[in-house]
Design a binder for this molecule. Structure first.
Ligand SMILES: Nc1ncnc2c1ncn2[C@@H]1O[C@H](COP(=O)(O)OP(=O)(O)O)[C@@H](O)[C@H]1O
Ligand SMILES: [Mg+2]
Length: 244
């Protein structure tokens, strides 16, 4: 601790407004150019704060994955801005569970989970200890030695969730993380994601089609044709075209 009067928190000072992990202002993302261009996201303004438990719902093709990728900083908007005011190192502080396959095929499940930690400079024994612990929380510790092509889609999806949890991010962005899971496994994944977010003081943003998954989270924003419906943040709702 320093001798400052107001105690510092992970998100700035305790006497300040709570942190903003991600902020989108009038963000749009268009794929392609000319007559075949697709506007996947239109003029979205929203804030992601610590502790947020958010479901992003909406039909297939409505822009959920695009919005999540923009919030996570793994895609860039074609208009507007995305910022992470209270993150210090976005690449390690944002964890993304991708909708599609994302494991490296030459590495077994434990190595896949440990890799981001090793790349971040974590000692090998600590990286593998955390990797095994994350697999254990998802009840797939028996799969640690398997290569991705020896796993079912649902098993690979849980390994991808473990990889994010082991990295202890402050913003967890999960794109349909239960899409290939039976109800019991989906419930476990949601319980572990929420418990880990609680422990880390993190925000959890989950794109989902599953009403059960959406109901487990505190808030729901709905995407329709690239537009966001649902109060994104007090004071910002009006700018999203909301009329509450
Ligand atoms: N890489 C891409 N190139 C061209 N169009 C894309 C690309 N990714 C997504 N789209 C289009 O953008 C729209 C939104 O897609 P997406 O964000 O994946 O929606 P969702 O996750 O809700 O299914 C869809 O019309 C989709 O076809
Ligand atoms: Mg998607």
């Amino acid at each position: 601790m320093t001798g400052d009067t107001a105690p510092a928190t992970r998100f700035g000072r305790a006497d300040r407004e709570p942190g903003i992990l991600a902020e989108c202002r009038d963000v749009a993302r268009t794929y392609g150019k000319g007559p075949t261009a697709v506007v996947a996201v239109h003029g979205i303004t929203c804030r992601i704060r610590p502790g947020l438990r958010l479901a992003v719902t909406g039909p297939s093709g409505s822009g959920k994955s695009t919005l999540l990728h923009l919030i996570a900083g793994i895609d860039r908007p074609t208009a507007g801005t995305v910022e992470w005011p209270d993150l210090h190192h976005r690449a390690t502080e944002v964890g993304v569970v991708f909708q599609g396959p994302s494991l490296l095929p030459a590495l077994d499940a434990t190595e896949n989970v440990a890799l981001p930690l090793l790349l971040a400079g974590e000692p090998e024994d600590e990286a593998f200890r955390r990797a095994r612990s994350a697999l254990g929380r998802l009840a797939i510790d028996d799969l640690g030695g398997k290569l991705p092509d020896e796993l079912s889609g649902g098993q690979a999806q849980r390994v991808a969730v473990a990889r994010v949890l082991a990295a202890r991010p402050l913003l967890i962005v999960a794109d349909e993380p239960t899409g290939q899971l039976d109800h019991e496994s989906a419930e476990r994944v949601m319980t572990v994601l929420a418990a880990t977010a609680d422990e880390l003081g993190a925000a959890l943003v989950v794109a989902t089609h599953d009403p059960f998954v959406a109901a487990r989270l505190g808030q729901e924003w709905t995407m329709r044709d690239g537009r966001l419906h649902g109060a994104a943040d007090p004071g910002l709702a009006e700018r999203n075209g909301e009329t509450r």
